[in-house]
Design a protein around this ligand. Structure first.
Ligand SMILES: Nc1ncnc2c1ncn2[C@@H]1O[C@H](COP(=O)(O)OP(=O)(O)OP(=O)(O)O)[C@@H](O)[C@H]1O
Length: 496
């Protein structure tokens, strides 16, 4: 089976996103796509999956021309897409989500659909077991971790005997355990004859998972190579001409404690304590395993994780944080990159999305606002104009716009959860530099991340969480990523 993409072009206004892209997705192979933020990777994936339409060019599934290609037609032909934006419905259970939309995928009588439903739930259970995953069919999706949601989406597709699967950045913000499972599922699908289009920024990961790799840059396909013939350095050379190094860690003597969590327990964490001081970056690793938790859900008492005990102190005074808005009032700025959609205002411009309300009220002059916005677009290498609509901006750039917004907010503590997922290598460095700048200005940063390379690179203090408990805290003098991974598996505590 071959899915052939020939001379695909796509443009939005003057912005040429894809120019004459041609490649072949072979059944039984994983084809990786690499490229900077805004390079056009997701656009290509969405065209294959029928989510958006090409301007010109052709696609063939074996001999069949994929004309009038939309999601429904694609799914009925065996072409599926799973991407960063979850399609699972949070208020439905796992079981209900697995069966949702089944009628639109499977043609046939009501009876065969009902028979299929039973089979599908049974097969899902055995797939979960096969991959060593636990997930109750009656859990509501809102109570399932983001990592598990991604896996469920992938397994749901696997159950429909796909021919082509587009996987767009679903493993960027998951920990090693789930990442490994996602890799196995993708490889197993390929072994079953599926053609996989795998989109990611992470060079190493694309190398591990793919049989061949194409690089897209400035709307063009630069090159397609077979992984067996390549070394990682060659791929980096081919595309980025840079190495994946961290900026030097800035040295600042930490001052007064700003935010302190003291012995917090809820249904996910127990006796969880940490603090951040002025001029300090505290890294937290190991939280993702705890289930439905983004750090925000742990920190703020929401409906799923009401605080059972413990205190949150801001400058040594107890405060009550129920929502991120409460925190913002207190000077704690929170960005959970897993759910950037919640922070964006579609229909509004990049400028309106980037500048916090307080700044827009203080400085009503549009020209000044545009200048502030443009300076951050330049600083963070964001490929957008202040007047562009936010929904027309690539995911990675949207995330950088939110980071700029957070930085522009008058906060004392910044909590960033996985800020550099979906961010290309060059822009990651821009973000690390901005964190260092905040630190130099006496702000405190808590960096929740599954990226051990980045945590080991820029954090001053590292907190390791296991089973909802802080099991280790240590000063990070010159720690290497590999040591951090090794330490995460040790029992002993190295206290600061
Ligand atoms: N609906 C749209 N309207 C206008 N421009 C768009 C639209 N969707 C995408 N674009 C533009 O197309 C370009 C490519 O976006 P795309 O999402 O494909 O990039 P990407 O390589 O996947 O980036 P990232 O890694 O940041 O997700 C970007 O410049 C983006 O602003």
């Amino acid at each position: 089976m071959v899915f052939k993409i020939s001379e695909i072009c796509k443009q939005y206004g003057d912005n040429i996103v894809l120019e004459n892209i041609s490649l072949e997705l072979q059944g039984g192979k994983v084809h990786g796509i690499l490229g900077y933020n805004g390079a056009g990777k997701s656009t290509l994936g969405k065209i294959v999956g029928g989510v958006i339409q090409k301007d010109s060019g052709h696609m063939h599934l074996d001999r069949m021309e994929c004309s009038n290609w939309d999601v429904r037609r694609a799914m009925r032909s065996g072409v599926f897409i799973v991407d960063y934006h979850s399609t699972l419905l949070p208020e439905l259970t796992v079981r209900e989500n697995m069966l949702y939309g089944l009628n639109s995928i499977k043609d046939g009588s009501l009876l065969s659909v009902i028979r299929n439903k039973k089979k599908i739930v049974q097969r899902l259970k055995s797939e979960l077991e096969h991959y060593g995953l636990e997930c109750n069919m009656d859990w509501q999706i809102s109570q399932v971790s983001n990592s598990m949601r991604n896996i469920l989406e992938l397994l749901r597709i696997k159950l429909f005997s796909p021919k082509v699967v587009v996987v767009d950045e679903i493993d960027a913000n998951v920990n090693e355990f789930y990442r490994d499972r996602i890799k196995k599922i993708i490889r197993d699908m390929a072994d079953d004859g599926v053609a996989v289009l795998y989109i990611s920024h992470q060079i190493q990961r694309v190398m591990e998972i793919s049989d061949e790799i194409s690089a897209i840059m400035d709307a063009h396909l630069v090159e397609t190579v077979k992984v067996a013939d390549m070394k990682p350095e060659n791929v980096i050379d081919m595309m980025f001409k840079i190495t994946n190094e961290h900026p030097p860690k800035t040295i600042v003597k930490p001052q007064a404690k700003i935010l302190e969590l003291k012995h917090i327990s809820n249904n996910v964490i127990s006796d969880f304590s940490l603090y951040v001081r002025e001029g300090e970056i505290v890294g937290v690793v190991g939280l993702e395993k705890e289930g439905p938790a983004s750090f925000g859900e742990l920190l703020f008492s929401d409906k799923y994780h009401p605080k059972q005990s413990g205190d949150v102190l801001f400058r040594e005074k107890e405060i009550s944080l129920v929502t991120p808005q409460d925190a913002m009032k207190a000077g704690v700025i929170f960005l959970d990159s897993n759910v950037i959609d919640q922070y964006l205002f579609p229909g509004q411009t990049v400028r309106e999305n980037m500048l916090p309300f307080a700044i827009r009220v203080k400085c009503r002059d549009l020209e000044t606002q545009t200048k502030i916005c443009q300076s951050y677009l330049d600083k963070l290498s964001i490929k957008a104009k202040p007047e562009d609509k936010i929904e027309h901006i690539s995911t990675g750039h949207q995330k950088k716009i939110l980071i700029a917004k957070n930085i522009l907010s008058e906060g004392e503590v910044f909590i960033f959860a996985n800020p550099t997922d979906n961010i290309d290598t060059v822009s990651k460095i821009d973000i690390y530099n901005i964190m260092n700048e905040l630190k130099m200005r006496g702000r405190g940063i808590i960096l929740i991340s599954n990226d051990y390379h980045e945590v080991a690179g820029i954090c001053d203090v590292i907190v390791v969480v296991e089973d909802g408990k802080v099991v280790r805290k240590f000063n990070n003098y010159a720690l290497h990523e590999k040591e951090l991974i090794a330490w995460s598996g040790q029992e002993e505590e190295r206290d600061i």
